[in-house]
Design a protein around this ligand. Structure first.
Ligand SMILES: [Zn+2]
Length: 344
């Protein structure tokens, strides 16, 4: 739509190589896994900066409790139960129509992560889930795509940049999968400002990588507490583990994890369970489902999902067969609801 000299004028003045840097940036594709607090801030920076393509992946729908910190969403998105990937895409397209935005209303898992991130120049971590981070790390090392970790909880945050064949990988730095599991945003809350500080560090490193100013890249992991005014840097060059199962031995344990026919996950601290069929080719016929459900509850249909209150549960069913069940943490109840209401 517009002349790059106008739109990106302040950035062109800043870049080490002006127009050449901007052209490099305009050829880059980035995938953001999780478009919540960190993800919306990251997407906002990158789309405004003018990358070529942004892929955004998120399994959730916008809720009122997101609005305190997830900067691309508003009350109408929450009222209309819009999937986060769609709501974010709408806002981002209005911000910079020159950037191609690809949405995935999906749960990232071993089956789909490779297809989603293939061809990306960079992966950004906007998830709040440690297991998904190990999965991102596996695919990053396997496909040699850098990724930038970011984690926030309470008033604390942490970030580091992982570059295959150059820096230690996530498993070198955090060999124990349980690391970080103790507290989550759902149990101790999170301050919106720390989210944006960490996202800004991530986005800054992302821009350095994308315009290939590698000398400017940070070689430390950052950890800070914005409320207590703590700031620590941990140089990580000596953290490379020569025995690392991932970056040294190329055993992609998280990518190779076997699945059952259904992937059942409880949503951390949210009194909710998700059931996702592992057959990726499913597309539900909503009209059939509406006919079946019409006797048992009041159905609300949006272009992306069906919602229904059933007993004490709030159900959200997506076109690809994924069901979110709010109101229980019992996997047996969730499985029973799935087979009764959706089918096998
Ligand atoms: Zn490693």
């Amino acid at each position: 739509m517009d002349n790059i000299f106008t739109r990106y004028s302040r950035q062109l003045l800043f870049w080490p190589e002006g127009k050449v840097s901007q052209e490099q940036l305009s050829k880059k594709t980035v995938t953001i896994i999780g478009i919540g607090a960190l993800g919306t801030a990251l997407a906002n920076h990158l789309v405004r900066a003018g990358i070529k393509e942004l892929r955004i992946v998120d399994r959730d729908i916008v809720e009122e409790s997101n609005l305190q910190r997830q900067m691309l969403f508003d009350e109408q998105d929450a009222r209309n139960h819009i999937p986060k990937a769609i709501a974010a895409k709408q806002k981002l397209s209005a911000i910079n129509s020159a950037v191609k935005i690809v949405d995935y209303i999906e749960d990232v898992n071993t089956n789909n992560i490779e297809a989603i991130v293939s061809g990306s120049d960079l992966i950004l971590d906007g998830t709040d889930n440690m297991r998904i981070r190990y999965l991102i790390n596996d695919i990053s090392i396997k496909l040699a795509i850098p990724w930038i970790y970011g984690g926030v909880v309470h008033s604390r945050g942490m970030t580091t940049t992982i570059i295959p064949n150059k820096t230690p990988c996530f498993r070198c730095l955090f060999p124990n999968i349980e690391t970080g599991h103790a507290e989550t945003c759902d149990t101790v809350g999170v301050l919106s400002t720390v989210v944006h500080i960490i996202a800004s560090y991530q986005a800054t490193e992302a821009l350095k990588l994308l315009i290939e100013d590698t000398e400017a890249l940070r070689e430390e992991m950052i950890q800070l507490d914005v409320w207590k005014n703590d700031f620590d840097e941990f140089p990580f060059q000596n953290s490379l583990n020569k025995e690392c199962p991932c970056c040294q031995k190329r055993n992609f344990d998280f990518l190779n994890m076997k699945h059952s026919a259904q992937l059942i996950s409880s949503l951390c601290g949210r009194d909710s369970i998700q059931i996702a069929p592992m057959n990726e080719a499913i597309t539900l016929n909503f009209d059939d489902i509406i006919t079946r459900w019409s006797n048992i509850g009041k159905i609300e249909k949006t272009p992306y999902l069906l919602r229904m209150k059933y007993d004490d549960y709030q159900l959200s069913l997506f076109k690809n067969g994924r069901l979110l069940i709010h109101g229980t943490t019992d996997t047996m109840i969730a499985k029973r609801l799935y087979s009764t209401l959706v089918g096998e």
